[in-house]
Design a protein around this ligand. Structure first.
Ligand code: LLP
Length: 436
């Protein structure tokens, strides 16, 4: 946190709002987004393209965090979005997001989802496999429509990140394999489809990547492919979509490049390679999710029970956990916390921050140095804006938290906390009768 994030009461502030007051007003756990940070990051991506004078789109990968207000914010910033389900498409549309600026991704889009995408006039479909080409072909014949498509390629690049979030390696469920000729076969099929307009190539090598080499390698492979396709099939690539995956700083020890610096490197690589292979530089599209929302999110929790295990450690339990942030349990993800009601208090001990879920693995932070705490204190876990709320569950029938946007000292509730009756609404009695 920044020094200017402490107010006169000695509390943490987020977007100019007192974190303790936010916890009071909205209850805990609550996920708070500093929307100025979101805007700045989107803008930083856009600026690096403008400076380099290339055509581009910044497509926010909405799987990282999606609600109505977020789609509206991205729309205000003239961004595009990456959507991966009927749910994301519908919510974006209802939020007023133009279908033309959506790219539909996924390795098993259903017939229903593709029908919806065609009906609303989605901008781009990222074709992932042969089954999908055949399915889209049938739907287009049936409806008499047209679709803009790109082909998702598995470039055969292993990014150095957690195995669960690698996607570019050969042994992956996503995309057409490059080495075995699948990608070429896919191109030939699509070029024969009068109802499909083939716009370009897509690759996404993984998430939370720190090394430049993976992005460089993937960009080179995509340009090489575009050059070869121009030569062998007379096909000119219009869009080169390099995916997302730009790593962010979760804990103080992380020292990543700024996300826009990764993008700058990608742009330089693509420009140089296209020049030397003598093909026009296509538009470059990126799909950042985590880097746009991750650092902007703060999870506020209330401290409750404590258990001291003699000679080993102390557990400090908060009122949320793996239901609102599964990442530590699932990926061994690391976070840091500050005591929101007194961030400057001297550090007294190292504790393990546990959740409230009935599972030993429900630990949010393995080791956190903290001031002395007491029940009722407010703990803020930092950088929780990506893949926390969007992967939240109702495990143990806990409700999902509220989401609040803050900026310039004003807060807005953008997703209300679930209530038990939201969950009960889906249920019927034992005899099948309605509960109403
Ligand atoms: N584009 C495509 C096609 C993707 O599959 C993804 C992420 C992105 C863009 C955005 O990647 P980002 O910039 O957010 O790294 N749940 C995991 C991350 C899964 C990422 C899935 N695909 C986590 O919590 O780390």
């Amino acid at each position: 946190i920044q020094g200017n994030q402490i107010n006169a009461s000695g509390h943490l502030t987020i977007g100019g709002c007192d974190a303790v007051a936010l916890a009071d007003e909205y209850g805990t756990p609550v996920l708070v987004y500093d929307t100025a940070k979101i805007r700045h990051q989107i803008q930083a991506f856009q600026e690096v393209f403008e400076e380099n004078e290339v055509d581009y789109a910044v497509c926010y990968a909405s799987k990282a965090f999606a609600n109505t207000a977020m789609y509206q914010l991205v729309n205000q910033m003239n961004g595009h979005v990456d959507v991966v389900s009927a749910g994301e498409i519908q919510m974006a549309l209802h939020a007023g997001f133009p279908a033309k600026k959506m790219t539909f991704h996924g390795n098993n889009k259903s017939e229903e989802e593709l029908r919806l995408a065609l009906k609303v006039g989605i901008g781009l479909i990222a074709l992932d496999n042969f089954h999908e080409i055949a399915l889209l072909h049938r739907l287009l014949e049936e409806t008499g429509g047209r679709a803009n498509v790109i082909l998702r390629i598995t470039p055969g690049i292993s990014a150095h990140t957690h195995e669960y979030i690698q996607t570019g390696q050969v042994d992956s469920k996503f995309g057409f394999d490059l080495a075995s000729g699948q990608a070429d076969e896919a191109l030939q099929r699509v070029l024969q489809e009068p109802r499909m307009t083939m716009l370009g190539i897509h690759a996404h090598i993984g998430s939370q990547i720190f090394e430049l080499a993976g992005f460089e390698g993937a960009s080179e492979k995509l340009v090489d492919l575009a050059a070869r396709w121009a030569r062998d099939y007379g096909y000119q690539t219009k869009i080169l979509n390099v995916g997302g995956g730009f790593g962010i700083r979760y804990v103080s020890a992380d020292r990543p490049l700024a996300p826009q610096d990764f993008v700058n490197l990608i742009i330089q690589t693509v420009k140089q390679r296209t020049r030397s292979l003598n093909i026009p530089t296509p538009a470059i599209w990126i799909e950042p999710g985590r880097s746009i929302v991750g650092p902007a999110g703060y999870s506020l929790y209330t401290v409750g029970a404590r258990k001291d295990v003699q000679g080993i450690r102390s557990y400090l339990a908060v009122d949320g956990g793996m239901g609102d942030n599964i990442r530590p349990a699932l990926y061994d993800a690391k976070y840091e916390a500050v005591l929101a009601n007194n961030p400057l208090a001297p550090v007294m001990e190292t504790v393990r921050v546990a959740g409230k879920y009935c599972e030993s693995g429900d630990v949010l932070i393995q080791e956190q140095a903290l001031p002395q705490t007491k029940p009722g204190d407010i703990l803020a876990i930092l950088n929780t804006g990506a893949y926390g709320y969007s992967m939240a569950s109702n495990y143990n029938l806990n409700v999902k938290p509220a989401v609040v946007f803050v900026e310039n000292g004003r807060s807005t509730l953008v997703t209300r906390r679930e209530r038990i009756d939201d969950l009960e609404r889906l249920d019927f009695n034992l005899d099948g009768s309605s509960r109403a």
